[in-house]
Design a protein around this ligand. Structure first.
Ligand code: FE2
Length: 251
């Protein structure tokens, strides 16, 4: 029927070492795809899936410069010709496309809208599907939680503002897909998080949220020393010739 469009092709993928979700979205007619937060350790799986589904990878999208895993975006660019997308506030000079609030990233006839959601890091962005049916929140909004705010320019007041004004303003039935989950959850909805998020749901005030965040005592992510500099280089050698980190480094 005219005006009806087929559902976007969607896969939620998982990397167990860092409990990271990678998301594949594609236009089922034009066969163009994006990967959100692809991980170095699972690059062969992701390339095989793209090939099996007969998809052309046009963009890799980072929700932020990760501290807990190394991106595969630079290697995917080399092998598949995709373009690496990072927030203009993320400080990653390796990116092909720097994005900010309101930018749209096309794959076929579909697109993702960029919403700046800083607070976990300066350069955190969320990606909203064109029909508002899904939002990919990175570490800004997790299922019943949020990203930490104690390193990488973290700021709980900024994070509270980001979540409440950029994400909680989406429809209640928008499905929430975070960058991680450590309890076996896979998705949520905006309505669910507004009601039940332990840190900023149920009408919690910004001061309550700040107190919660300041009371957390978290260990650093296992891969932080390697991951942040590597991700600023899209996970591959820097332009000045600094070598790619060996693939067998233990986290
Ligand atoms: Fe993060």
């Amino acid at each position: 029927m005219a005006g009806e469009r087929p559902a976007v092709l969607f896969r939620q993928l998982f990397e167990p070492e860092s409990s990271t979700f990678t998301y594949l979205l594609a236009d089922p007619i034009r066969r163009e795809a994006v990967l959100i937060d692809p991980v170095r350790e699972t690059i062969e799986r992701d390339i095989e899936l793209l090939r099996e589904l007969d998809l052309t990878l046009v963009h890799t999208l980072e929700t932020h410069v990760h501290a807990d895993h190394v991106t595969s975006s630079g290697t995917l660019r080399e092998r598949l010709g995709s373009r690496s997308v990072v927030s203009a506030m993320g400080g990653a000079p390796c990116a092909d496309v720097l994005v900010g609030e309101g930018d749209e990233l096309l794959f076929g006839d579909r697109w993702l809208e960029v919403r700046a959601t800083p607070g976990h890091t300066d350069g955190c962005v969320s990606y909203v599907l064109d029909d508002h049916s899904m939002v990919f929140t990175g570490d800004a909004l997790l299922i019943r939680g949020t990203g930490r705010t104690d390193f990488q320019q973290g700021d709980p007041r900024r994070l509270y503002a980001s979540v409440t004004t950029k994400l909680f303003t989406l429809p209640d039935d928008t499905r929430v897909f975070p960058a991680h989950d450590y309890r076996g959850m896979t998705s949520s909805t905006i309505g669910e998080e507004k009601a039940h998020n332990r840190r900023l749901g149920g009408g919690r005030s910004v001061d309550e949220f700040v107190a919660i965040m300041q009371s957390l005592r978290l260990a650093d992510p296992k891969q932080i020393a390697e991951a942040v500099p590597a991700n600023l280089a899209c996970g591959v050698a820097r332009v000045d010739g600094e070598p790619e980190p060996p693939a067998d480094i233990e986290p």
